[in-house]
Ligand binder design. Structure first.
Ligand SMILES: Cc1cc2nc3c(=O)[nH]c(=O)nc-3n(C[C@H](O)[C@H](O)[C@H](O)COP(=O)(O)O)c2cc1C
Length: 208
């Protein structure tokens, strides 16, 4: 399936079937998130894969009862870091040096630029910047899922503070941003039968 066929096929799935994804499929989705581009390549976010059924029920309760949360094969949660500091940038420096077999002197310029950026952001701007990385990864994930014929539903309709509490996310320096139940659509779900609603291309693009 080409990318446009896949994007036309996908929809924000409201009803999932009992059919489970296998571990290889889940790995593909997690790898797609890992391969998402991020500012400077910092990857300052995490994905939580919620396996515990009781936790999924609790999350569903604080997500306005949306059934996808507990009915889908798997539940992923994209979480933003609450902060990023120089220590983490230094870890990134070590990773670049190891992966690319480079000397410290060859990466110091790049690393100092990152440190300057991180240090110059006030806390609100930094939080917004960190969350942008997550939404980019969300787009990559949804596209990858579509290409793989896997259904998904991006969801912001939940009480973030309560989900953070349920999963003890502050202890990990994280806060939840998007729930993504993934699996297979239920054969009786009527949403996929509805025509996709999108503005025409000429309203979406400015040609100069
Ligand atoms: C950031 C974000 C949050 C969303 N939150 C929810 C949600 O809480 N529940 C839901 O059923 N759909 C949610 N959606 C799905 C959108 O309503 C859906 O993508 C949009 O109506 C377009 O339909 P389609 O994705 O099926 O083509 C969300 C989508 C995005 C991108």
């Amino acid at each position: 399936m080409g990318i446009l066929d896949a994007l036309n096929w996908r929809n924000a799935t409201k009803r999932f079937s009992d059919k489970k994804l296998n571990e290889d499929q889940v790995k593909v989705l997690l790898e797609a998130i890992r391969l998402s581009p991020t500012s400077y390549g910092l990857q300052a976010f995490k994905t939580v894969l919620v396996k515990n059924e009781k936790l999924r029920e609790q999350i569903r309760e604080v997500a306005y009862g949306q059934s996808q949360v507990s009915e889908a094969s798997h539940l992923l949660i994209l979480c933003s870091q609450t902060n990023i500091d120089e220590t983490e940038v230094d870890s990134y420096k070590s990773l670049i040096m190891k992966e690319r077999e480079m000397a410290a002197a060859d990466v110091d310029g790049f690393i100092n630029t990152i440190k300057q950026t991180v240090n110059n952001l006030d806390s609100v701007t930094k939080q917004v910047w960190l969350s942008r990385q997550v939404y980019l990864a969300l787009g990559v994930l949804l596209s990858a899922a579509a290409v793989e014929g896997i259904d998904a539903c991006p969801m912001e309709g939940f009480d973030k503070e309560k989900v953070d509490q349920i999963l003890d996310l502050p202890a990990h320096g994280l806060n939840s941003l998007v729930l993504i139940p993934v699996g297979y659509r239920h054969p009786d779900d009527f949403y996929p039968k509805l025509k996709k609603v999108r503005k025409p291309l000429e309203e979406m693009v400015i040609y100069k």
